[in-house]
Design a binder for this molecule. Structure first.
Ligand SMILES: Cc1cc2nc3c(=O)[nH]c(=O)nc-3n(C[C@H](O)[C@H](O)[C@H](O)COP(=O)(O)O)c2cc1C
Length: 191
């Protein structure tokens, strides 16, 4: 797959088939994440990939709460798109049935340049998303858990020594025809 095709055709997948992701594929996408550029070459990320049903199940209550609490925010953001509000809340409830949940952490020892380290971790997550797409896997990058204040609990539960929880990423085999949200114009200039 050409890189430009991967960049433009990757979509957020919010419904997954009930099918395992082979470990070698999971290793590949996690390794791809780690090839991202990073400020001071700090490589400040840490990923925890949850594959055991009991680990995934243990997040269920948190996700149920997130899917309820996020609804008013989504209704405010997308007043004319109830379908989007529904799709996202239903997805968050169980991460669309994804067989793998990847938790992205920012390691503690980043010094004073937190923003640059968050940017570096975001670059790693985008690498992961593109590598997964290239292998036919779907992903969805989820910030709602963090935005609603559940990050510290996940940190405590899954990686207490590894820093700050930033994002959750659903990963699995897509089981939906995704729509392509339009891109906004006038977001760059050449001078
Ligand atoms: C930092 C970040 C946080 C996101 N959080 C959520 C989320 O909490 N729930 C969700 O369903 N999608 C989430 N998304 C996915 C976006 O909604 C999606 O990328 C956007 O609508 C564009 O669609 P596309 O990814 O299919 O191109 C997030 C994406 C990013 C980059």
């Amino acid at each position: 797959m050409e890189l430009m095709d991967a960049i433009t055709a990757r979509r957020s997948v919010r419904k997954y088939a009930d099918r395992e992701v082979p470990k070698d594929l999971l290793v590949e996408v996690l390794e791809a994440a780690c090839w991202a550029p990073s400020a001071d070459n700090a490589q400040p990320w840490y990923f925890v990939a949850l594959t055991k049903p009991e680990d995934i199940e243990s997040l269920r209550q948190t996700l149920e709460r997130v899917s309820v609490e996020i609804r008013p925010h989504l209704e405010e953001l997308f007043p004319r798109h109830p379908r989007v509000v529904n799709e996202v809340t239903v997805f968050l409830h169980r991460m669309g049935g994804a067989p793998v949940y990847i938790l992205a952490f920012l390691q503690k020892d980043y010094g004073t340049v937190r923003d640059a380290m968050v940017e570096s971790t975001a670059a790693a997550i985008q690498n992961l998303l593109l590598a997964a797409h290239e292998r036919g896997l779907g992903t969805c990058w989820v910030n709602a858990v963090t935005g609603l204040g559940y990050g510290p609990a996940l940190q405590e539960q899954f990686a207490p020594e590894k820093g700050e929880f930033l994002s959750l990423i659903a990963l699995g085999w897509p089981d939906q025809k995704t729509r392509t949200p339009s891109r906004k114009p006038d977001r760059w200039v050449i001078r």
